[in-house]
Ligand binder design. Structure first.
Ligand code: ATP
Length: 573
């Protein structure tokens, strides 16, 4: 497919602010895409160069992009810099500069989507000395080969600022309509996506082999599985209603969830809760998993925590020092960790997703050689709530944040990507403050006044409506933001700024922010109570009163925020 066709799609998408219309446009377009291009087009439309977990980073400096535009348009660099100051978007600069492209530079051949994609990967793969120059020259060639409109989008893709407002779910919806003629198949696609959350693989499988092949999609070792999450209850005794019979009570550790994959070749890859590849951060975990977990091929899960010399847990903030791209070796020594393993999802060619929890964890422990670095979770099996409570207090004393109660029943399968009742969390905050926090998505901001002028005074925060794939506002957040944080905010949010309301965002006129953001950044917020409110859109009108910022949840994607359904359920209680 020629790239100019894709650029025309983007121009059309850019004009719409309705999520439904967006799906319609996309599905009509997908019908025209050759099967061999559909994966690439899915990634590009999401503004990505590959699936999130593939760790392909363009790493192109703004300066190099502007230089590439100057080369492509055969104009002086100072002119490009001036235009950048005026327009504030390198995409628009490229479009403008290339409108005046001299005749001699008009391309003889047309740019295809495949060629563009391969070149973008070549650019991403270019590292070390001279890499900025080489990226810049490759980009200039792509810009020369495209129309001015195409150049606008190529520039944005290179900078990671395409922001079409399209999310993975939008693509799945559109694929479902395009290839099966109805929206109903979306459930099948979603189920497959939970096990293999790579839109490109799903799109290509569907286009090439149809919906039957999607039903058969299984674990791809090396592609993360969407993680199962825990529900919450208000009263401890409710747990017996939700999980009748015997359950396992495990310590809830305040660390980072890790999903470890080992393929047949022995390669070990680690994924975070956001399904990002975090292997490079934990060379120690990789080594131990190879040494102490006896299986040729596996997918297992655990929580990595920072520990002191005696193996006692250290705060989450200590572990966060391991989130880095440099000085890895130094910090591996400085911040020792331990992996508390609890689940086995795949073993030697066989998926364990549909096995009951007791069998999955028993098999996991059987294969684990005794050592002090990778250890099973502390746990008890019981059906007694008093015993559960005793264990909970014991875990708090040991320095953990609570417990997770897990069903051991026949149907206690691993519910990839969902927050089901097979796991229920009980945390210390529930007992001490009787509140839990909300993880909300920043979708807009209001300019600050007085002391806060020059930064944002408040952020507009939204919950995720997982049924509609939209973001619904719940509160305006201004409290709890320290001076330091306020200073950092404009820079942190700049990358996600968009001109208009993103299509999947649902906001009442009264709450319209002064600045819009693509839903990307998640913040943890504490609030006093949920009340009815006609000015918010969450669950048809709920607001969080007296919201207070607690921290950024870098480990969560927008679609992993607290859902409108959960908030509605909490408000009813
Ligand atoms: P929270 O903000 O309470 O951590 P969350 O939304 O991040 O919640 P939950 O579904 O509430 O996630 O809790 C599950 C998380 O708890 C897991 O993602 C994992 O990181 C962590 N965890 C700690 N100990 C365990 C355990 N024993 N079993 C499963 N998950 C655990």
């Amino acid at each position: 497919m020629h790239f100019h066709q894709l650029a025309e799609l983007y121009a059309e998408l850019e004009k719409t602010s309705s999520g439904n219309k967006m799906r319609e446009i996309l599905s009509e377009f997908f019908k025209t895409v050759p099967a061999e291009d559909i994966a690439v087009i899915s990634y590009l439309t999401l503004g990505q160069l590959a699936s999130d977990n593939d760790d392909v980073v363009m790493g192109m400096a703004d300066k190099s992009v502007l230089k590439a535009i100057a080369i492509a348009g055969a104009v002086d660099q100072s002119k490009v810099s001036k235009l950048m100051q005026e327009l504030g978007d390198a995409g628009l600069v490229a479009e403008k500069v290339l409108q005046k492209k001299p005749q001699t530079l008009i391309p003889l051949e047309k740019l295809t989507v495949k060629e563009l994609f391969e070149t973008l990967h070549k650019m991403a793969g270019s590292i070390g000395t001279g890499s900025q120059d080489s990226k810049q020259n490759l980009l200039a060639t792509m810009l020369q080969k495209s129309s001015p409109q195409g150049a606008k989008y190529i520039t944005r893709i290179a900078l990671g600022t395409l922001r079409m407002g399209v999310g993975d779910m939008t693509v799945l919806d559109a694929l479902s309509i395009a290839f099966t003629g109805n929206k109903e198949s979306k459930e099948i696609l979603e189920k497959a996506y939970n096990i293999c959350p790579d839109v490109g693989i799903i799109a290509e499988t569907l286009a090439k082999h149809g919906i039957k092949a999607i039903e058969k999609i299984d674990i791809h070792v090396g592609t993360p599985i969407k993680m199962m999450l825990a529900q919450r209850v208000d009263e401890l005794h409710e747990i017996s209603d939700k999980i009748p019979g015997e359950f396992t009570v495990e310590a809830k550790y305040d660390g980072e969830r890790v999903q470890a994959h080992k393929n047949k070749k022995g390669k070990i890859t680690l994924f975070s809760r956001r399904l990002e590849n975090i292997t490079a951060q934990f060379p120690d975990l990789v080594e131990w998993l190879g040494k102490y977990f006896h299986a040729d091929e596996f997918v297992l899960e655990g929580e990595v925590i920072a520990v002191d010399k005696n193996g006692h847990p250290l705060p989450f903030q200590t572990l966060m020092q391991r989130k880095r791209k440099t000085e890895i070796e130094e910090y591996t020594k400085k911040v020792p960790v331990q992996l508390k393993v609890f689940d086995l999802l795949y073993l030697n060619g066989k998926s364990f997703l549909h096995q009951p929890y007791c069998q999955r964890s028993a098999q996991l422990e059987k294969l684990l050689k005794k050592n002090e670095f990778i250890v099973p979770t502390e746990k008890i099996n019981t059906e007694n709530i008093d015993e559960l409570e005793d264990f909970f207090h014991k875990m708090l004393k040991a320095g953990y944040e609570g417990v997770i109660v897990k069903s051991r029943a026949e149907d206690s399968e691993y519910q990839a990507g969902s927050r089901g009742w097979n796991w229920i969390k009980w945390k210390k905050e529930y007992v001490t403050e009787m509140v839990d926090t909300f993880d909300l998505v920043v979708i807009g901001a209001y300019h600050g006044k007085g002391k806060r002028s020059g930064t944002y005074g408040a952020l507009l925060c939204a919950a995720y409506n997982e049924k509609e794939d939209t973001f619904e506002t719940l509160c305006k957040l201004g409290t709890g933001l320290t001076d330091e944080l306020l200073e950092e905010l404009p820079k942190k949010l700049a990358k996600h700024k968009v001109e208009r309301r993103p299509a999947r965002v649902n906001v009442k006129k009264e709450m319209e922010p002064e600045v819009w953001f693509e839903p990307r950044i998640v913040v943890e917020v504490m609030g006093a109570e949920l009340t009815n409110s006609p000015i918010h859109t969450c669950a048809s009108g709920l607001a969080l009163r007296f919201p207070r910022f607690i921290r950024f949840r870098e480990d969560k994607k927008a679609e992993q925020a607290t859902t409108s359904t959960e908030i509605e359920r909490m408000s009813k209680k």
